[in-house]
Design a protein around this ligand. Structure first.
Ligand SMILES: [Zn+2]
Length: 388
């Protein structure tokens, strides 16, 4: 159990909620239902630091979380998400004058966003991601992806003018050391863009299905600023993005490391964290009761979206494949696979035309229009959409 805040070193830590036996890797795909159900599990002891409002899992065991090529969390099948990435790439490249520059993306996945940044200003775009499955980069490529971690052992061919890292930081167990190392690898005044899920939004909603074992960390605006300030960064600005679900941090690398002595105001956020803990227990009970009543009436229920939220929804409720047999997703890489923990099979949306669900539970209101249109197209407009 971690007793010290990994961002500000404070020992003033409050427990928010304790959840036992959570699948350690929600986004791993299984071809075998038995193996899916018996996959590794760990506990979430969600806590908040009273000093900097950093939220983390103090029971996190990094040894349970080993990413390999079976890890599938790409959202790039969705038009809503792709549209957001396109707008973000063009916004960043215009405002930060990214033309003919060297750009680095840490944790670039299969390079979709990296190539958007490359095209936005004819930049040299270099990505790093151990889960990258494409070809080795060639010397004259304008987009190159390496399967090593950043900073690489080999010297960088060009110092970056812009360094970005999206949806990585929340997985990092030692964030202070990570940000120090990454920013130290860039020259001073290098532009930075970091994006993480927005913990302020999660508490506000309350978005209890956003809890995930892979996410050691949940950043509030205050904690995120604190982290980069401690690493000596300057001109730090944090904005809410993607329907407020993400936080985007922009900053410049600084010359000196500061000892941070800011006094963040966290009283309000600590209060909403306590409410979140209470809401978790209530919401899980309500949904479990409601789903049980639907199933006992013989209604057919399907979850739309075999992403992290859908997987956690079923696991937190303890609804396994014997009660709710299927989940659907538009990502073809997931079809025919089984959910970790709860064991549902992922079916393509087209199969709903024969399954004919009465209720479609969606996990993210941001995708409601897209899903509604898909249901209309398949003549399933009678199915009732519920937002979890
Ligand atoms: Zn702290």
């Amino acid at each position: 159990m971690l007793k010290v805040c990994p961002v500000c070193r404070s020992k003033e830590i409050d427990e928010i909620v304790y959840i036992s036996a959570v699948p350690a890797l929600a986004n791993v795909l299984w071809s075998d239902q038995e193996r899916a159900v018996s996959a590794k599990k760990g506990d979430i002891c969600l806590v908040i630091c009273r000093n900097c409002s950093f939220i983390f899992n103090s029971a996190y065991d990094p040894d349970l979380v080993d990413y390999d090529c079976c890890y599938e969390n790409s959202l790039h099948c969705s038009n809503t998400f792709n549209g957001y990435c396109e707008r973000l790439a063009s916004d960043l490249s215009q405002r930060l004058h990214l033309k003919d520059k060297t750009i680095i993306e840490i944790g670039c996945g299969q390079g979709q966003f990296l190539s958007m940044l490359q095209h936005a200003g004819d930049n040299l775009a270099i990505g790093f991601d151990p889960s990258y499955r494409g070809a080795e980069p060639e010397e004259h490529d304008k987009t190159k992806i390496y399967t090593c971690i950043f900073p690489p052992k080999h010297p960088l061919e060009q110092e970056p003018d812009f360094l970005c890292c999206r949806h990585v930081l929340e997985h990092i167990f030692e964030p202070e050391a990570f940000v120090e190392e990454v920013t130290a690898a860039a020259k001073p005044r290098c532009k930075l863009y970091f994006e993480v899920p927005n913990a302020n939004y999660m508490l506000r909603l309350p978005g209890i299905w956003d809890l995930l074992y892979e996410h050691f960390a949940y950043y509030t605006t205050t904690a995120l600023k604190y982290l980069f300030l401690s690493a000596g960064c300057e001109n730090i600005q944090v904005t809410e993005r993607f329907y407020d679900q993400y936080l985007g941090l922009e900053a410049y690398t600084g010359k000196k490391r500061l000892s941070t002595n800011c006094q963040p105001q966290t009283h309000q956020i600590v209060t909403s964290a306590q409410k979140f803990g209470k809401a978790y227990k209530e919401k899980v009970q309500e949904w479990a009761k409601y789903l049980d009543s639907l199933v006992s009436k013989g209604e057919k229920v399907i979850i739309w979206g075999a992403g992290a939220k859908g997987i956690m929804f079923l696991n937190f409720l303890g609804m396994d494949y014997r009660t709710v047999p299927f989940i659907t997703d538009i990502n073809p890489a997931k079809h025919g696979c089984f959910l970790t923990g709860s064991g549902q099979m992922v079916i393509p949306p087209e199969e709903l035309t024969s399954y004919r669900p009465d209720k479609v539970i969606i996990m993210n209101p941001a995708y409601k229009n897209e899903i509604e249109a898909d249901l209309q197209r398949m003549d399933l407009h009678k199915a009732q959409i519920l937002i979890a």
